[in-house]
Design a protein around this ligand. Structure first.
Ligand code: SAM
Length: 291
């Protein structure tokens, strides 16, 4: 690769942006990861090998991108900032045969690319704090399930993804992610490793696809609907949430009460105390009624 940019140097980054008459934008959550050591550890976590299909969301000006390309993989990068796209495509990686750039909002472009060319092996991203969780949720909802995903996220978002039953951070998002993935935090990153320095701590998470999902395919839609309903008001009991949610629009109240009773899950419980297996028991009762 001919591009050998000193991504650790704030002066070099500012010079490059000045030369291109570009500025960094808060709106797009632009905080560049300077530390080469941290960037290398992130890429090592991806366990890449030659010719793998890798997607990077939010490459910025390419600090992680350049290290990924050193692994001789096929990399598709999704970037919203038009100016950064010009640097990536014309200056940095224009001569890399294995690099493809998709310009635009990754919340839309990842899904359209998935529909066009299917699931990559690995998805990664140092995601802007405001779009990180939405981006992951969209991939999961659309059943885009790469073998591995490695994200740098705001620490609290990372903790929500990993949270277990009983934790305050346990949510529909945790359950949705954990149906198909083992999720864990690999490391925290000090905010000083970024430029500009953000006012939140970041964590790197790895999501390894389970060999067998925790929820069978045929049950999935009912399961997701139940989980969303049960978490919709955290203080409400599962009984009240189910009745006032989408399930309440599809089933009579008596039917819902019977389903909860048959499941053996206490109707006065709150969603944050339920295990994935408890959600499954209620979903199975509802699913069998549908048939
Ligand atoms: N990967 C670089 C790094 O680690 O230094 C930049 C990370 S920076 C936190 C986030 C990047 O995501 C920025 O380049 C920003 O322009 C881009 N971005 C923000 N929102 C986006 C979106 N909706 N779709 C695609 N890229 C987005």
């Amino acid at each position: 690769m001919s591009w050998n940019f000193p991504y650790e140097s704030i002066t070099s980054i500012m010079d490059l942006l000045d030369r291109k008459e570009l500025a960094m934008s808060k709106k797009f959550g632009q905080n560049f990861l300077l530390s080469k050591d941290v960037r290398k550890r992130i890429v090592n976590t991806m366990e890449l090998s030659k010719d793998m299909k890798v997607w990077e969301i939010g490459p910025g000006i390419g600090s992680i991108t350049s290290l990924i390309l050193e692994e001789d993989v096929n990399l598709t990068a999704f970037e919203i900032d038009y100016g950064f796209c010009k640097i990536l495509a014309n200056e940095a990686f224009g001569d890399e045969a294995k690099f493809t750039l998709v310009e635009g909002d990754a919340l839309k472009t990842t899904i359209s690319t998935f529909k066009e060319i299917g699931t990559p092996d690995v998805v990664c991203g140092n995601l802007p704090y405001n779009v990180g969780s939405v981006c992951i949720a969209k991939l999961l909802e659309n059943k885009c399930h790469p073998k591995k995903m490695v994200y740098t996220l705001q620490k609290e978002v990372a903790q929500r993804l990993c949270a277990d039953s009983g934790s305050k951070l346990y949510s529909a998002f945790s359950v949705l992610a954990q149906i198909d993935y083992n999720v864990s935090i690999v490391m925290d990153i000090n905010s000083q490793a970024f430029y500009p320095v953000p006012n939140v701590v970041s964590s790197v998470i790895v999501m390894n696809k389970r060999r067998t999902p925790l929820v069978e395919d045929e049950l999935r839609d009912t399961f997701i609907m139940v989980v969303r309903d049960l978490f919709s008001k955290r203080r409400k009991t599962i009984k009240n949430n189910l009745i006032s949610g989408r399930c309440g629009k599809l089933y009579e109240k008596e039917v819902l009460l019977e389903a909860i009773e048959n499941s053996g899950v206490p109707s006065q419980a709150r969603a944050e105390k339920l295990t994935i297996n408890d959600f499954k028991k209620i979903s199975k009762e509802l699913f069998s009624l549908k048939k």
